[in-house]
Design a protein around this ligand. Structure first.
Ligand code: PSU
Ligand code: MN
Length: 304
């Protein structure tokens, strides 16, 4: 049976030797930032993971297959082409079978690919979640369903308050996903460190995260673990300011009738524009911080 996966040599070797590997997504490259910040961000994440002694594996779809560990040229392609389709779980088979298109993998699709490749730790910025107004729109990110069924530890800065955070946490509770706070008791909300919502468990260091993930595996619990890391204090934005920008972005989305998979990229782009780049700086800082924490967790897992 075809497994549809191509590995870069460095990642393949690290996996064979049971060394620390950290997965990274490609939707954040094609749809999360503009060029050239997206390229700089993707390269810097890889560099940070290497500095910590782990191997980065940026994941995306190249024509006809999943690539585990995009080459630098491929990363350049994803950053220069904002028309690469955003690819979640439901898009994987059609895009790969079609054999022609690249695909920028979301958190959900990247988790799926990481699991297929035997990678346990994945760093990103923020996860998708339950959108505000989901009672009417049914807009709930496939990222949550993926966390419900795929055994990967996702390191993120929580979720943006473009989402309904209390409902997102309710969903994760129903799905049986352990939500951990890395040196915090509060679920972080991306640009700011707080959300007013508690996490299930506070952890203090990478070893604790690794121990929890390993225990979950030993117990045969098949779902993911969410490790939430607050943005570093010095990079956090002013809560009142960002919250008013988010309200504006949501109003704009409603006015323009933005729906479905376009919603999250639209809201991100609106925020980037409204804050005149301030949100981009914060976004980069938190992604880099998550990459570092994820590399340390992967290292702790590899030696446990
Ligand atoms: N949240 C962010 N930045 C992002 C995304 C989410 O702060 O780039 C991306 C991730 O790839 C995530 C996807 O998996 O958006 C969620 O999209 P949707 O809400 O359509 O499931
Ligand atoms: Mn959606």
């Amino acid at each position: 049976m075809k497994n549809h996966i191509e590995y870069n040599a460095e990642v393949r070797k690290a996996l064979d030797e049971n060394r620390a590997v950290v997965a990274l997504e490609s939707t954040i490259i094609s749809h999360g930032f503009n060029y050239p910040e997206n390229l700089e961000c993707a390269r810097t994440c890889e560099k940070i993971i290497r500095e910590e002694g782990a191997v980065p594996a940026t994941i995306g779809i190249i024509p006809g297959k999943i690539k585990i560990g995009l080459s630098d040229d491929e990363i350049v392609y994803f950053s220069e082409h904002r028309d690469v389709p955003k690819c979640s779980r439901r898009d994987m088979a059609p895009i790969i079978a079609g054999g022609k298109s690249y695909g920028a993998t979301t958190v959900a699709a990247t988790m799926l690919c990481a699991k297929l490749a035997g990678i346990s730790v994945f760093a990103t910025g923020g996860i998708g979640g339950v959108h505000r107004g989901a009672q009417q729109t049914f807009d709930i990110s496939a990222d949550l369903e993926e966390l419900a069924q795929t055994a990967v530890a996702v390191v993120c800065a929580g979720a943006k308050s473009i989402l309904d955070i209390p409902l997102t946490l309710e969903y994760l509770e129903t799905a049986g996903v352990s939500v951990l706070g890395y040196q915090t008791g509060e679920f972080p909300s991306f640009y700011i460190r707080s959300s007013g919502c508690a996490v299930d468990y506070r952890i203090e260091n990478p070893e604790e995260a690794a121990r929890i993930f390993k225990t979950k595996q030993e117990l045969g619990i098949k779902n993911g673990v969410l490790i939430t890391v607050p943005i570093p204090e010095k990079d956090a934005m002013d809560p009142a300011y960002i919250s008013s920008c988010i309200e504006d972005a949501l109003a704009q989305a409603k006015k323009q009738g933005i729906r479905g998979k376009a919603t999250t990229p639209f809201l991100l782009a609106e925020l980037h524009e409204k804050t005149g780049g301030k949100s981009v700086a914060a976004n980069k800082a938190l992604v880099f911080n998550n990459a570092r924490v994820a590399a340390r967790i992967a290292a702790a897992l590899a030696t446990s």
